[in-house]
Design a protein around this ligand. Sequence first.
Ligand code: HMG
Length: 401
Amino acid sequence: MSISIGIHDLSFATAEFVLPHTALAAHNGTDIGKYHVGIGQESMSVPAADEDIVTMAATAAAPVIARHGADRIRTVVFATESSIDQAKSAGVYVHSLLGLPSSTRVVELKQACYGATAALQFAIGLVHRDPAQQVLVIASDVSKYDLDSPGEATQGAAAVAILVSADPALLRVEDPSGLFTADVMDFWRPNYRDSALVDGQESINAYLQAVEGTWKDYTEQDGRTLGEFAAICYHQPFTKMAYKAHRHLLNHCGHDTGKETVAEAIGLTTAYNSVVGNSYTASVYLALAALLDQAEDLTGQSVGFLSYGSGSVAEFFSASVVADYREHLRTKENLQAIDRREVLDYAGYRALHERSFPTDGGEHPTPAQTTGPFRLAGLSGHKRIYEDRGEPTGAPPGPGG
Ligand code: HMG
């Protein structure tokens, strides 16, 4: 008998600050319609000087540990493309901040925005081998493009923590997956740069090619038909991309591409991404959180996922929604994570964008800005120093985990 494995819990965190697109438009003279309607973005999260992928990840994961405990977690997989070290996994810092047991394997994965989906699938394999174990999958990224570049309006930052388990409380991940890899230079970040390089139109085309490619493979693997999905969560570098992608898929399958048909499948998935911006690996799972938080009861229905990472690798897969899932959502906390952000003016945003640590190995404390539970206190002798600010991070573990 096959066991059901999938997403048992999902929690997200974003940054301390937010820049409304109105402020960016006022600075660069862009018609706000281009941002609000053309790319479908209202605002973007901006990390404080003492935040990074580790602090966001620990903030996202702490409530998961608080609810379920860490006894069954023997693996932490940290997916990111805004890595802070070429050797040490960012997950090891999170492991330490959360006080996880030493009998844990921790690893970092990278393939642009696709990494978290690889992590999820690998986690399912591990749980399959031993259903008593759970895997903590973390997706955490800061999306950064050059100032005054076309990509600037699609920046953002967030982390998602997903607990993968047998008998999941939220979604059962199904077989098969549709897979697609193509060697393209649509978006990349050489090791010596801290902002990404992108060929904007090429990246949109590459994404649409990948949608077609994954769907072809998914169909050949006897996947579900398009009509069976209650909704589809797309990777959302900007939320209009999900609309483009879904129209493309409907058209490819010979379906109606009318506004209502498209909105029915993805309308509820864009709420968080439109105000957080591109969170790379986390984006498709923020789409899931928005869907689960807002939809009428989805029990028993199938949700499709299209995970795309530039370069490029993509995967289409599905999951079915578990009965009583709404009792396990974190809707209030999710809204709080978004609403608590402090609004930046353009000058404040620019100052943060231009910040980088000196590379001389000296003592470089960061200004205390974040009000989140964890902070990056600074750099000392080339080492990143993190602090637990002692803020409450969630409810104590309940009985049964
Ligand atoms: P751009 O070239 O400045 O914008 O940058 P545009 O001229 O293409 O306009 C955008 C849309 O706004 C167009 O709509 C315009 O018509 C519309 P479309 O033709 O696409 O439907 N528009 C307006 N609408 C209403 N009122 C107005 C108005 N003016 C214009 N007044 C671009 C856009 C996305 C290329 C740029 O932001 C960019 O380079 N972004 C970064 C790359 C990106 O996000 N690519 C997406 C696919 S790749 C991906 O998803 C992977 C990624 O997440 C990385 C990873 O995997 O790690 C990026």
